[in-house]
Every structure is written in structure tokens, then in C-alpha cells.
Design a protein around this ligand. Structure first.
Ligand SMILES: Nc1nc2c(ncn2[C@@H]2O[C@H](COP(=O)(O)OP(=O)(O)OP(=O)(O)O)[C@@H](O)[C@H]2O)c(=O)[nH]1
Length: 528
């Protein structure tokens, strides 16, 4: 019997299935899966079922041999699969395949199990813990000024600690990278802020310095702050500056207190002095008044007895005025002495204040000026010399063979030799000259109001003096010599240029045999 042809939509599996069942019934074929498959294939027009089945079985057999070769661990499951294929038990076959698929799926990273791997796993866990702690206690504590970064760091620490799988660890690593970028950005921000603050502070200090014309004691402190903030800021130099400033400020505080007291005493004394003076004058006025009255009385009487009485009263009043005057005079002398005493105390305290300012301008070893002190004095003397058109010289001194002395007798003796040189120089030079240590065994002398030839004589005299006033090292006489270069500052010439010329002359003295004084030729003044 011919089958009635039915039009079906081959793309619709339900219609194909219904048609398959209809044909099974029409042809009276037993509805086994194989028969169903054969008819189904026939309707949709795919190659004949046996060939198709054979190629699927071949493919499955290929899969089995692949699994046997590459996955010996799955041998039991593969054997079951093979058995199901040969029995054509497709249900069992499908179940075994899904089992094998699960086994083949990539497994999450778990702590390794054998002893070497276990040790490695423990190390990894320790490292993770260490990293998390570094983030929590090391990094976060450095970022307290930025709460957002602190939170980011703490979250990252938690993520690191909990990163049990490779994927979680990778995620934490990328978080770490982001954190570093944020920290770096913020560090450059902080650096910019610091630089700006430093510039503002420098301006402030400079400005205050300008306002303080004569307060040398405060200027000394400002100079120190300026020097510290001008260079790269190091914690040691900050601490050193802080320590020295505190010391100076403390001492100045004490002296200033004394100064205030002495000034108050002087004021009180002056007030008493003035009031005593006016008392004396008033008493004198009174006396004058009385005299005038007596004079009038003398003029108006011819009576000798009356005249006698007037004279006696005049003598009495003169005596009492004299006594008053003497008392007043004594009191005035007393007040004047007290005022003088207070004034000299003030002078003394002011000197102490000025000395303290030199503490921050002094070389601590030799107590000569340091670089800062030199700069101050040079500027002062240069402007004075320019104002008064006065000659002004500088001498650069460098001790000869100082290294030999150091090497032979030790650094401490070397230090004492430096102190000795400054001591002798102070004895030889005028009070108005200044000696500064430029560093190491090099010194500079400022000779105000001195022409070049006279400066050369003074320095030569100092050389001679050193040959007489020996330096004693353990009672052994040691001769210290130096080479010197002298330059006369040209009006308007900068400190650097003048010192440069003196330095050049000093090198000439060294190269021409040491222990001598050379004079720098004058150079044209610098523009500006
Ligand atoms: N004791 C002591 N030595 C210092 C100080 N500062 C620098 N020196 C030493 O001074 C020596 C200077 O040596 P050089 O520059 O070769 O000079 P020099 O030995 O005097 O040689 P000439 O200048 O050619 O005579 C070095 O050994 C420094 O270590 C200091 O404050 N105290």
C-alpha cells in the first residue's frame, strides 16, 4: 500500500517526529530506537542510518583509544564506555561519556597533596599572609593622610589573604598594580606640595630678614632656617637646625628676660632722677622766693636789729637750702650711678645677644665665622666700602701640608692646629678684621679699610708670628705654615669674584713653593 504523501516542515523537529511515528505505524515496523532513527533519517534526508551509525561507532572507538592513551587515570570509565559501545547500549554510553567529561574538566587550584607540593603550598600561604600584613600594617600606615587609599589597601589585604585560587591571586595582583599607580600619583602630589611650601617658607624668611635691619640676633636664626630649607631637606639637617635653634632661642630667652628687667630698672631710675631734679629746682625756687622777700625787707628797713634778724633768718634758710641741696645732690648722684649700672648691664646683655646670633654663624671647631657668617660680613663690609669708597681686601689662607700633619699626628691634633691658627690670627689682626673658615684647612680674612700692600704686610706678619708662636703637640713644637692669596675688592665686585681672584693668588703661592703670600692682579669690575 502506497503511503499517502504528507507535506511537513523539515525544520520543525516535532512535525518530523510525528511523521516518523506515523510511518512506523503505517509500515507496521516495531518502534525500536534503531527503527525510529532509520525512519527519522529517511524523512529528513540524511545518509542511511546503518552507515551513519557505523561512522558514529567508529568515532566513539577512536575516542576510546585516545582516552586510553592520554588519560590512563580514567581507564575504568573508558573500559565501561567501550563495553557500552560494543553492546550498543547508548544510554549507558551517554552516561559514561558525561562522567568522563566531568573528570576531564579543568580543576580549581587546590593545595598540592604530595609532601614537596605541600611544602610549596605552605610557603605560598605564608607569602600571601606576609603580603597581606605588609599591606595592612606597612603600606596602610603610610597613607593615613589619604583615607581612600587606606581603604583600598585594606581591601586588597583581605583579597590577598583570601586568594585560594590562581584566578583570585591574579585578581589581587592586578589590584596591587592599581594601588601602586595610585600611591605613585599621590607621592608626586605630596612632593609638589612640599616644594611649594618650601618656596613659600623661603620667601617668608627672606622677607622677614629684609624687615630686620639691625636685629642681628634674630637675623642669625633666620639665616640658619634659610640655609636649611634652601638645600634638599634631610631629616638630619632639620634635626640639627632644630636643636641649634632651640638652644639659641632658649639662651636668648634668658638673656632677653634679664634685658627687660635691666631696662625696667633703668626707666625707674631715670624717672626718680627727673623727679628729684624737679624737687631740687622747686626747693631752689622756694629759696629764691624767700631771698627776694628778705631783699625787699632789707630794702625797706633802716633798723639794725631788724636787719640783724633778717640776716639770721637768711643764714638759717641758706643753711637749710644748702642741706636740702646736699641731700638732693647725694640722691641725684645715687640715682645717676644706678642708671649707669643699669645701662652697662643692658649693654652687657645686648652683647650676649649679639654673641648668641654668632653661634649660628660660627664654625663650631675654631669659633671663626662659618660660610654664613662670612657671607654676612662680606656683604656688610662691601657695602660700607662702596659707600665710603674705602679700600677693602680679602686674603685666602690654606695651611701647607696639612694632610701630612693629620696623617703623622692624628686628626685631633690637626683640629687643634686649626684652632691654634685662628687664635694667632685673632691676636695679630685688628678687631675690625674678620676671620672665617671656608672649609677644611682653608680660611678667609676680611680686611676692611685696608689697601692691597698693607694687607700683604699684615698677612706676612701673621706668617712670621706663626714661626714664633709655635703650635705645641704634646709639648713638641710644630711649625704651621700657610700659603695665602690676597685680592683688593674692586668697587661693585661680587663676593664670588673677589674670592675667586684671592683663591687664584693662593694657588700661585702654593705652586711657587708654599709658605708665601701672593697678590692677585686687579680685574675689571663686573657689570651690575
Ligand atoms: N684635622 C682635620 N683635618 C681636616 C679637616 N678638614 C679637612 N681636613 C684634612 O685636611 C687635609 C687637606 O689635605 P690637602 O687638601 O691635600 O692639603 P695639604 O695636605 O695641606 O696640601 P697643600 O695644600 O698642598 O699644602 C685632608 O687630609 C683632610 O682630610 C678638619 O676639620 N680637621
Amino acid at each position: 500500500m502506497a503511503e499517502p504523501s504528507v507535506k511537513i516542515d523539515l525544520s520543525n523537529p516535532t512535525e518530523v517526529a510525528r511523521e516518523t511515528l506515523r510511518r512506523l505505524a503505517m509500515r507496521r515496523i516495531s518502534p525500536t530506537p534503531d527503527n525510529y532513527q532509520t525512519l527519522y533519517d529517511e524523512i529528513v534526508g540524511v545518509p542511511s542510518a546503518p552507515a551513519n551509525k557505523a561512522s558514529a561507532e567508529t568515532a566513539l572507538a577512536g575516542l576510546v583509544s585516545d582516552l586510553q592513551e592520554h588519560h590512563p587515570a580514567l581507564s575504568a570509565q573508558v573500559a565501561s564506555l567501550n563495553k557500552a559501545i560494543s553492546k550498543r547500549d547508548w544510554r549507558q554510553c551517554s552516561w559514561q561519556l558525561s562522567e568522563i567529561a566531568v573528570q576531564l574538566k579543568p580543576q580549581p587550584v587546590r593545595p598540592p597533596v604530595d609532601s614537596g607540593d605541600r611544602e610549596q603550598g605552605e610557603n605560598l600561604a605564608q607569602l600571601r599572609d606576609l603580603l597581606a600584613k605588609t599591606l595592612e600594617f606597612g603600606v596602610a600606615s603610610q597613607l593615613t593622610h589619604n583615607p581612600h587609599l587606606v581603604e583600598q589597601t585594606q581591601q586588597l589585604a583581605v583579597a590577598v589573604r583570601e586568594s585560594g585560587t590562581a584566578a583570585a591571586l591574579l585578581k589581587a595582583a592586578s589590584g596591587l598594580k592599581n594601588l601602586w599607580v595610585s600611591i605613585e600619583l599621590q607621592a608626586s602630589d605630596v612632593h609638589n606640595q612640599q616644594e611649594t611650601l618650601k618656596r613659600i617658607l623661603l620667601l617668608l624668611v627672606e622677607n622677614i630678614g629684609e624687615l630686620l635691619d639691625d636685629d642681628t640676633w634674630l637675623r642669625g636664626q633666620l639665616d640658619m632656617v634659610q640655609q636649611v630649607i634652601a638645600g634638599p631637606i634631610k631629616i638630619q639637617s632639620l634635626q640639627e637646625a632644630e636643636k641649634r635653634l632651640k638652644e639659641v632661642i632658649y639662651k636668648q630667652g634668658m638673656v632677653k628676660h634679664g634685658l627687660r628687667e635691666a631696662t625696667a630698672t633703668l626707666k625707674a631710675t631715670m624717672t626718680t632722677f627727673v623727679s628729684r631734679l624737679s624737687d631740687v629746682l622747686a626747693a631752689n625756687d622756694e629759696y629764691q622766693g624767700k631771698i627776694s622777700t628778705h631783699v625787699e625787707r632789707i630794702k625797706g628797713t633802716e633798723d639794725v636789729r631788724e636787719l640783724n634778724r633778717i640776716l639770721e633768718s637768711l643764714i638759717d634758710e641758706t643753711r637749710s637750702a644748702q642741706a636740702d641741696n646736699r641731700r638732693a645732690h647725694d640722691q641725684l648722684v645715687h640715682e645717676r650711678d644706678a642708671a649707669l649700672q643699669a645701662e652697662s648691664r643692658i649693654q652687657e646683655l645686648e652683647n650676649q645677644l649679639a654673641q648668641m646670633s654668632t653661634l649660628v654663624r660660627e664654625d663650631p671647631l675654631t669659633h671663626s665665622l662659618n660660610r654664613r657668617g662670612l657671607d654676612d660680613e662680606f656683604a656688610r663690609e662691601a657695602s660700607r666700602a662702596d659707600r665710603y669708597k674705602a679700600p677693602f681686601c680679602i686674603a685666602v689662607l690654606d695651611i701647607d701640608n696639612f694632610k701630612v700633619l693629620n696623617d703623622k699626628r692624628g686628626h685631633k691634633t690637626g683640629d687643634e692646629a686649626l684652632i691654634h691658627l685662628v687664635k694667632i690670627a685673632r691676636e695679630e689682626l685688628r678687631l675690625t678684621d674678620h676671620i672665617a673658615r671656608m672649609g677644611g684647612e682653608e680660611f678667609l680674612i676680611i680686611l676692611p679699610n685696608t689697601p692691597l700692600d698693607e694687607a700683604a704686610q699684615i698677612v706676612t706678619r701673621l706668617q712670621r708670628s706663626l714661626t714664633k708662636k709655635y703650635f705645641l703637640d704634646n709639648n713638641e713644637k710644630v711649625l704651621i705654615t700657610f700659603s695665602a692669596g690676597i685680592a683688593e675688592r674692586i668697587a661693585g665686585e661680587s663676593q664670588e669674584a673677589s674670592i675667586g681672584r684671592a683663591d687664584g693668588a693662593m694657588y700661585e703661592a702654593k705652586h711657587s713653593g708654599k709658605n708665601r703670600v701672593c697678590v692677585a692682579p686687579a680685574a675689571p669690575a663686573e657689570a651690575g
